[in-house]
Design a protein around this ligand. Structure first.
Ligand SMILES: [Zn+2]
Length: 314
């Protein structure tokens, strides 16, 4: 068990469910979040039926849970491309050769695919949501409206890189998905995964230091709760070699300073605008490397809102 899974010192009830088991670290919407000893990361139990989950993400998710997401997507692309380019540059460093074929699963509106294409990659998206796939296809991108397992079964090219951003936390079987992703990679290929950095020290400070409810616990949409250590440990178990961590602005810092953006959507947008200003100021000054070093140091300490891990297939 990783250090991150041990850190939470509160006494815990134990739950065992279908081969999964561990102490309860949270509870919401009728589901328990356990630090699963079998999986090595925190996840919800009972896990939903995979077919029902697949149907949810095929149609209902963007319709019901994210009705304005696609229309709004791209509004912040001037800032988002910094993040996308950082990931693509980290992939290139790990790969050690020029761009080839990149597959992104859960490609959503497709802006990472755009950034990859601009850097010379042949970029292919896999997106189970009908609406999101159509949105990206409508912008001229190569996107298959399938699940990862379905797309792999129908034949995909061997990939130099596979990426997924904010996908693993939604899956009933993230380990199975990562096995498929590894199989798609050539030897020496690179996997780049981004997940919310959950149960982070800043979240624990907000919960236990300021009495804030654990807002990041959000089943059934978020079933899995990774941090850097648990994600890296899983990749090692799958035979990969983690080589770099990246992260984004530690949004929880706003909350610790008194701006409760969780309870106030307008404040949330204001905090997001502030972090974009923060990031873009370094670029405007021509010293973007300072921001990358700062976030690299945060990631090394297990901090930052997102956990991105870049790993190489031997
Ligand atoms: Zn488990």
């Amino acid at each position: 068990m990783s250090a991150a899974l041990r850190e939470d010192a509160h006494p815990k009830e134990e739950i065992v469910w279908q081969g999964h088991g561990g102490p309860v670290h949270g509870r919401a919407n009728g589901m328990d979040i356990i630090a699963c000893r079998a999986c090595g990361f925190r996840h919800a139990v009972p896990l939903p039926d995979p077919a029902a989950l697949e149907a949810e993400y095929a149609e209902a998710y963007y319709r019901d849970a994210k009705p304005t997401y696609l229309a709004d997507a791209g509004a912040d692309q001037g800032w988002a491309q910094l993040v996308q380019d950082d990931r693509l540059d980290a992939i290139a460093r790990a790969l050690g050769r020029g761009p080839g074929t990149l597959i992104e699963f859960g490609s959503g509106p497709g802006f990472f695919l755009d950034a990859a294409t601009a850097k010379g990659w042949t970029a292919i998206g896999i997106e189970p949501s009908r609406q999101a796939a159509a949105f990206a296809q409508g912008r001229g991108l190569t996107v298959y409206n399938r699940t990862l397992a379905d797309a792999a079964a129908h034949g995909l090219p061997e990939a130099d890189a596979v990426a997924a951003t904010n996908v693993l936390e939604h899956l009933a079987d993230p380990i199975g998905a990562l096995r498929i992703a590894c199989d798609l990679l050539k030897s020496g290929g690179v996997l780049c995964l981004t997940v919310p950095n959950d149960f982070s020290p800043l979240q624990i400070a907000a919960r236990d230091g300021r009495g804030h409810a654990p807002w990041w616990i959000a089943p059934p949409h978020h079933l899995n709760y990774f941090d850097f250590d648990s994600l890296e440990a899983l990749l090692v178990r799958l035979g990969l070699r983690p080589v770099e961590r990246l992260t984004s602005f530690p949004m929880e810092a706003f909350l610790l300073m008194g701006d409760d953006y969780v309870a106030d959507a307008a404040l949330g947008r204001a905090c997001h605008a502030k972090r974009m200003n923060f990031d873009l100021a370094f670029e405007a000054a021509g010293i973007g490397e300072v921001r990358r070093r700062l976030y690299g140091a945060l990631a090394a300490a297990g901090l930052g809102r997102e956990a991105t891990v870049v790993a190489v297939k031997p």
